[in-house]
Unconditional design. Structure first.
Length: 635
């Protein structure tokens, strides 16, 4: 099957795509398209340079306050605000390495380094670090995956035969390199998990279930890999069937992580995390709890209500958490949503959502990522959508495959609820999604004309029908359990109901402002998807309606976002309000329903007594202990 064939014929259904020529991603026409779009994007920034610079400074200031490094065995580790990489610096020598993952022993340091051209392809650089001197390079391991572990000076790593597919487990030492296992099921991928007891597990996953194999330092043969449904308890690696007696008393809570050494457990329920000390709930987090299994005595807390803080164990000593200068709220109807409010007159509403792969929605960084908009009167809301890792395993299943339409409809209702709750007109509402989140929010926008005024996309997955019917693409077969397969007519027909690309009107969507970014080195979502989408929503009337802006980077891969790019995009959103505030706030036009219809007035009166009303954060200091419960929730 040719990927650029206009007609996609599956035997039981066929459809035509006149933009399929973009899928080859080469040729003069393709290069001209990229140049034209990038020039148009740069032109849109021409008159807002001072605003972009101001927003960059605001982002940097907040990043410096919240992204704090930590020390591990003589190395300083610093994270990124927008990307997956970390900078490891050897404190004794000053040597540094930027990598996706790293592990170390007394004698060996190994780091997963991304391709310098931005593609999600990796080498593992192995160094000797004896006698605290500057690490000395020993070996470059090729065609690797994004995980690495060290067992008794042997490097355990994954290898790849095809982009984004990690199907080989290998072991390297200075004496030899050995293949330990090869996965043949094309619907599964391999991962590595490090236990807090020093154990290492090989994990095979298809996004719905996982199996585990303990890697022993003496394993040298393929047939010595044995699979189990659950890792041993002392590893503190959480499986789907993981249970603890005191957690089972409250079935609303799902175990996310735990430490036997440090004596803590983290559970999650509808987006809110609970940190337990032994069997006692200590504090509730509106955000994220991160830690390194190699040092479970340090917990880093990102809670939207406070500046980032640290809990040091076993003393349970907190760094000084300071309340943020913005009021925060939590709502739980129809979907859970965390909200940060500006301290000035409200101008607009930015809604973010993801909802895929069982990945938790990371709300702890809402302020650090969107502070410039908060300072200018925007409400920032993050909605937990079925399919994410924000609740139970059933919650994840409720957003996968045939259930995805239900998740889309629930997100739509939640956006309407937020607009009504805060008196925000649809035209003053922006919807943000990246990667698989782009598929979710684009579907909501296309299926509901007039629901929002702006769509902001980064590296978005959009052309799902063409993707799931092309097995040559890197993730199509791997994501069968998440999105379904074109071999199943029911999957394709159900997906066609909500697939955004197939529901864009022929005339485009002139009233919708679109700001988007992608990268030529993105292997997860190829950039042609976004360019096809922009062409469709722009429609034939290029000179009319709101801008459709897309920038195509090169050399960044799937994670294009930087402080500069985020500042530019927020400045474009903000400038749309500055240029025509009357049109955006007052003149909703015939397509937009009045927010305060008789039905909605009744709902508003009814909502006065609903459990969400008193969820506004009072920015109290964090307290340790089980006395403060989450008001309005059943336990």
């Amino acid at each position: 099957m040719s990927s650029d064939n206009e007609i996609r014929n599956l035997g039981y259904i066929a459809w035509k795509n006149d933009l399929s020529w973009m899928e080859t991603q080469n040729g003069d026409k393709w290069e001209a398209l990229i140049h034209e779009e990038n020039q148009g994007f740069k032109k849109s920034l021409k008159n807002i340079g001072p605003l972009v610079k101001k927003m960059q400074d605001e982002l940097r200031s907040d990043t410096n306050d919240n992204e704090k490094p930590y020390i591990l065995y003589g190395w300083k580790i610093e994270g990124e605000l927008f990307g997956p990489q970390k900078k490891w610096t050897h404190m004794a020598s000053g040597f540094s390495c930027k990598c996706w993952d790293a592990d170390l022993s007394e004698d060996i340091f190994a780091a997963v380094v991304q391709d310098p051209d931005g593609f999600e392809r990796f080498t593992i650089e192995v160094y000797s670090q004896k006698n605290k001197s500057k690490p000395r390079h020993l070996k470059t391991l090729l065609n690797c995956g994004p995980y690495v572990a060290i067992i008794e000076n042997s490097v355990i790593f994954l290898q790849s035969e095809k982009d984004l597919r990690y199907s080989i487990l290998s072991k390297w030492s200075e004496a030899e390199e050995t293949v330990l296992f090869q996965l043949n099921n094309l619907e599964e991928n391999l991962e590595l998990g490090r236990g807090e007891d020093g154990s290492v597990y090989l994990i095979r996953s298809d996004f719905t279930k996982k199996k585990y194999s303990l890697i022993n330092a003496n394993v040298n043969k393929l047939n010595e890999i044995k699979w189990t449904a659950t890792p041993h308890l002392e590893s503190c690696i959480v499986s789907d069937s993981m249970s603890l007696p005191f957690i089972n008393k409250n079935k609303q809570e799902t175990i996310e992580s735990f430490s036997i050494k440090a004596g803590w457990t983290v559970t999650i329920s509808r987006g809110i995390r609970t940190l337990w000390k032994g069997e006692k709930p200590i504090v509730w987090i509106w955000g994220d709890i991160s830690y390194d299994s190699r040092n479970p005595y340090r917990l880093d807390i990102s809670d939207i209500r406070y500046e980032s803080y640290t809990i040091m164990l076993p003393e349970w000593k907190l760094s000084n958490p300071k309340p943020v200068p913005f009021p925060c709220s939590y709502y739980d109807n129809p979907l859970p949503v965390f909200v940060v409010h500006p301290n000035i007159t409200v101008k607009g509403l930015l809604v973010t959502a993801y909802g895929a792969y069982g990945t938790p929605t990371h709300v702890g960084s809402l302020i650090s990522r969107w502070k410039p908009l908060l300072l200018r009167g925007w409400i920032i809301a993050s909605i937990m959508v079925p399919g994410s890792g924000d609740d139970s395993k059933d919650w994840i299943r409720d957003g996968q495959r045939l259930n995805r339409l239900n998740a889309i409809e629930q997100l739509t209702e939640s956006i309407k609820s937020m607009q009504e709750e805060h008196g925000i007109a649809p035209l003053n509402t922006a919807l943000y999604g990246r990667s698989a989140g782009g598929l979710l929010v684009a579907s909501v926008a296309i299926r509901n004309p007039g629901l929002i005024g702006s769509l902001y996309l980064e590296s978005p997955y959009l052309d799902i029908l063409r993707t799931m019917s092309n097995p040559d693409l890197p993730l199509t077969t791997l994501e069968t359990s998440e999105y379904g397969t074109s071999k199943n007519p029911a999957n394709v027909i159900a997906t066609a109901i909500w697939s955004p690309m197939e529901h864009i009107p022929e005339q485009g969507i002139p009233e919708l402002l679109v700001i988007a970014r992608t990268d030529l080195a993105d292997l997860q979502v190829l950039p042609y998807e976004l360019l096809k989408f922009i062409k469709r929503v722009r429609g034939p009337g290029l000179e009319n309606g709101q801008d459709k802006l897309v920038y195509i980077h090169s050399g960044l891969g799937h994670f294009t976002t930087s402080i500069k790019s985020r500042a530019e995009d927020m400045a474009l959103l903000e400038s749309a309000f500055i240029e025509s505030p009357g049109a955006r706030i007052k003149n909703l036009g015939y397509k937009y329903k009045m927010l305060m219809s008789r039905k909605n007035r009744n709902m508003t009166r009814k909502n006065k007594d609903r459990k969400n009303k008193d969820r506004k954060n009072k920015n109290r200091n964090v307290t340790m202990g089980g006395r403060r419960r989450r008001s309005g929730r059943k336990h």
